[in-house]
Design a protein around this ligand. Structure first.
Ligand code: ATP
Length: 357
């Protein structure tokens, strides 16, 4: 029996709804595959926890999830709590100490889903690698003389040689593992003339170790245009924390909806558990309506299974997802349909149960 301990942190808003669906799908997989088992531990951390406890997670929270095989995360955000508190108090409070420095975001137009691009949407098949431990989200900065005319506030972007080298190696190696062996290094070294210039230099250094990877460099502003006008010219992409955050939301929209996009926060050395989550946030506008699209969570679960080495279950789940998205009757409103979260979840589980292999 292969048994995995999964920490489930649904968080806030629709996070709770989509993670509940993700857990149902994991259970369906373990029922279908005799020697596969998931032990799920639930953690009620997030905005509501903050309201009663004054913090987003307990002080020993990291210890509680340190030995799990993976973390399935929903979203952190609360209408009554500033976003920087919810983000730094939970998601980043896990990503940073667990050194989940590689954030990987696959983007592909799934069967049956329409891209807002009039042409070329079907050619989208990208892997966006986001540096997830430093850069613009290093947390360096400060605010003094708050509210006074002389107030000063800074957010300092910081890149380290070690941090850039490891994400470049990760991205080059990911590009190398894909058929096209093609990498675009996103930069802004024309305007940001220190850290981003080092970023470019390290990309060139690391590229020497991957002579079979064809790579190019692109300014982030020009990259947005290329994603829309020339999507087939892109395969693997590496960018800083902020740049990739923005580019991957654009990517998700071009692939049909924020609701279908997955992400993995990886600690590639496996010293700490990695964390898997849909890229969308709490989406309070649709919370409680039962219409949140769970596909982003299911696809994140595929990435979780791949990370655990459960390749055939990952494949089985991905093909179930694709069967379900191919049917417009099973599209939630974000995709232009009328299906509910439970309909999509039940349909994916039905396909898993019915599959013979
Ligand atoms: P946060 O502040 O936590 O990032 P947000 O509400 O500002 O959350 P998102 O949740 O990322 O931003 O999404 C923006 C909008 O996209 C939502 O308001 C919602 O309408 C739509 N959306 C996002 N995720 C989904 C989903 N899974 N299913 C359906 N619609 C979604």
């Amino acid at each position: 029996m292969r048994t995995y301990r999964i920490a489930s942190i649904p968080g806030d808003g629709i996070g709770a709804e989509v993670i509940a669906s993700g857990i149902k799908v994991l259970k369906a997989l373990s029922e279908k595959i005799a020697d596969l088992e998931f032990l799920i531990d639930h953690f009620n951390w997030g905005g509501e926890y903050f309201k009663s406890q004054g913090k987003m997670m307990p002080l020993n929270g990291l210890q509680q999830i340190r030995n799990h095989d993976a973390i399935l995360f929903g979203s952190a955000g609360h209408p009554d709590i500033p976003d920087h508190i919810t983000l730094w108090g939970l998601r980043l409070a896990i990503c940073q100490p667990f050194d989940q420095y590689a954030n990987v975001r696959p983007t592909r137009l799934l069967p049956g889903i329409k891209s807002p691009l009039s042409a070329g949407g079907e050619k989208i098949d990208w892997m966006i690698v986001r540096e997830n431990s430093e850069g613009e989200y290093a947390g360096i900065g400060g605010r003094v003389h708050q509210g006074q005319p002389i107030e000063v506030a800074t957010d300092v972007s910081m890149l380290t040689r070690v941090g850039v080298k490891r994400i470049m190696k990760f991205a080059f190696s990911l590009a190398q593992s894909r058929p096209r062996k093609l990498l675009t290094v996103v930069t802004k070294s024309n305007a940001q003339r220190h850290a981003m210039v080092m970023w470019d230099e390290i990309a060139t250094e690391v590229s020497c170790e991957f002579p079979d990877v064809n790579w190019d460099k692109m300014l982030v502003d020009a990259m947005t245009t290329r994603m829309v006008l020339n999507p087939e010219s892109i395969d693997t992409v590496v960018a800083t924390n902020l740049h990739a955050d923005i580019l991957s939301d654009l990517a998700a929209a071009l692939a049909g909806s924020l609701g279908v996009a997955p992400t993995a926060n990886l600690n590639p050395e496996r010293k700490f558990p990695s964390m898997f989550e849909p890229i969308h946030g709490s989406a309070f506008d649709i919370m409680g309506k039962g219409i949140a699209n769970p596909i982003g969570t299911f696809w994140s679960t595929v990435m979780l299974l791949e990370h655990l080495g459960e390749k055939s279950s990952a494949k089985r789940l991905m093909s179930a997802i694709e069967k379900v998205t191919a049917d417009p009757n099973l599209h939630t409103p974000d995709l232009g349909g009328t299906a509910k979260t439970i309909d999509v979840t039940a349909a994916v589980i039905d396909v898993i149960r019915g599959a013979n292999n």
